[in-house]
Design a protein around this ligand. Structure first.
Ligand code: SF4
Length: 481
């Protein structure tokens, strides 16, 4: 730990130290290697704490012989950036590995690099700079922006990368490390012209057992041990990266879940859809017997049973589902595969199970949708109130076509049209519904990150490098293209 230089530095150290103070370790992680890797979650601590992938990568990288991996998060006030694990400043790390799961985090990544005087374009970096590495959910496909920004991109599941990473991750010069990364089939090293040959795929969750090494007191899954029981998804929604890029779906066995639930009293089950778990009844038996408190990450509406919802109601007060559109015709375009009957049955079952609060996700911004389709969101909210739900929350998001999905060739609708559609939806909503519209600015940035080519990425990074505010430049360029 470094002695703080001034009051601002002390404040930054204190904020990081307070986050660590709320962590409880369930596995000993030894940070003992001599190749310093900074694992950066490019957003606040609470989001980092809730991200199982981030915590797993920290655990796995520290299992490599020569690696000492420490965690970092982003805060607007940070200047020096201290590690959570030992309050070591980020400048002392040879590799800065960004855990990239959400497009809007690119703004924080750029801010961090600019504050630490690291050039944004990979071609402008020299031997004295750290290696800027990207991995995470957005690296299962190729994003042209990263070809200009990143030195190394690791594509796919970390688990099956580990033996080869162990071979190449040794303390040596920047050029040697880049050449070593270029020899890995799942790595892109754009500056050497090396592209990914095959996305890394972990076929057997049981072998690695994706369980978080620590429990945090903050975040969406506060005080819960995170366990990934499904990776990938069996469904095929046309707008979704997971459904397209992480096939086939893989599941953690009941035996492995049992070994975790016997030792812990509170778990968060991470899955694309918990209800797709092939042995769901047995899983409920197991969790009931072990008397653990449970949170689940998300639910599909076509696979809900009375038993499952009664079980869930004992652990959660709110029932959250992604309906996406009240129109079966629009859902068919999305390949959501949900009939009117399945939707109605799910609502009825949830009410019967005793849920009084419901949260429903919707999407809008399709060329094919009519005014009537938009107004139907309000009708759906009224129906839920009539069914007796006391709190009805709606999260309404514009369609952002993403790279690697079936919608990747679609354009995002024009902001003016989206605003008109938001007005139509708003006019249909009952006053008692609690409604959140996703920011159009954030959605526009997401689309921009997914749709830009390398020429635009070059132009963007050069402009941001000269500017005071990455956000403003990204907004301006996104609007102009
Ligand atoms: S949206 Fe959900 S159900 Fe559909 S493919 Fe993606 S993860 Fe699966």
């Amino acid at each position: 730990m470094r002695r703080p230089r001034d009051a601002r530095d002390l404040k930054e150290q204190n904020l990081v130290a307070r986050s660590k103070a709320g962590e409880r370790y369930v596995e000993k992680i030894e940070t003992k290697g001599d190749l310093m890797v900074a694992l950066v979650y490019p957003n606040g601590y609470e989001l980092a704490a809730s991200n199982l992938g981030f915590n797993l990568v920290w655990k796995y990288l520290n299992q490599l012989e020569r690696v000492r991996c420490e965690r970092f998060f982003f805060d607007e006030s940070f200047e020096r950036f201290y590690s959570i694990d030992s309050l070591t400043p980020i400048d002392q790390f040879a590799i800065w590995a960004f855990s990239f799961h959400f497009e809007n985090d690119i703004v924080n990544i750029m801010k961090l690099l600019l504050r630490k005087s690291v050039p944004l374009r990979n071609v402008d970096r020299s031997q004295s700079h750290p290696i800027i590495l990207f991995g995470g959910a957005l690296c299962y496909t190729e994003l042209p922006l990263l070809n200009v920004l990143a030195d190394v991109i690791l594509h796919g599941d970390i688990e099956s990368m580990l033996p080869q990473l162990n071979e190449v991750l040794h303390p040596t010069g920047r050029s040697e490390l880049l050449r070593a990364f270029a020899g890995l089939p799942f790595a892109s090293v754009p500056i050497l012209g090396k592209k990914c040959e095959s996305v890394s795929h972990c076929a057997d969750l049981d072998f690695f057992v994706p369980v978080s090494p620590l429990i945090c007191r903050l975040g969406e899954f506060a005080h819960k041990l995170l366990v990934e029981i499904e990776r990938g998804c069996i469904h095929r929604c046309a707008y979704c990266m997971t459904g397209k890029l992480k096939k086939p779906a893989r599941f953690l066995s009941l035996e492995r879940i049992a070994s975790v639930s016997q030792k812990h009293d509170s778990v968060g089950l991470i899955a694309s859809n918990v209800t797709d778990y092939p042995w769901l009844d047995e899983l409920i038996d197991l969790l009931e017997e072990s008397k653990v408190s449970v949170s689940v990450s998300s639910l599909r509406m076509d696979r809900l049973s009375e038993r499952f919802l009664r079980f869930l109601r004992k652990h959660q007060k709110s029932f959250t589902v992604a309906l996406e559109s009240p129109s079966e015709r629009i859902r068919a375009i999305m390949k959501k595969d949900l009939t009117e009957e399945q939707v109605e049955k799910a609502f009825q079952l949830a009410k019967k199970a005793g849920f009084e609060e419901i949260k429903v996700y919707f999407m809008f911004g399709f060329e094919e949708e009519s005014e009537q389709d938009l107004m139907a969101i309000g009708d759906m909210a009224k129906h839920l109130l009539e069914l007796g739900f006391k709190t009805v929350k709606l999260s309404i998001n514009p369609l952002v076509p993403k790279r690697g999905t079936e919608f990747e060739k679609r354009a995002m609708q024009d902001e003016k049209i989206l605003r008109q559609k938001m007005k139509i939806i708003s006019s249909s909503l009952p006053v008692r519904a609690k409604v959140h519209f996703e920011s159009l600015r954030h959605s526009r940035i997401q689309f921009f990150i997914n749709s830009m080519d390398e020429d635009i990425a070059e132009e963007l990074l050069m402009k941001v490098q000269q500017a005071d505010s990455p956000e403003r430049v990204i907004n301006d360029v996104a609007r102009a293209v």
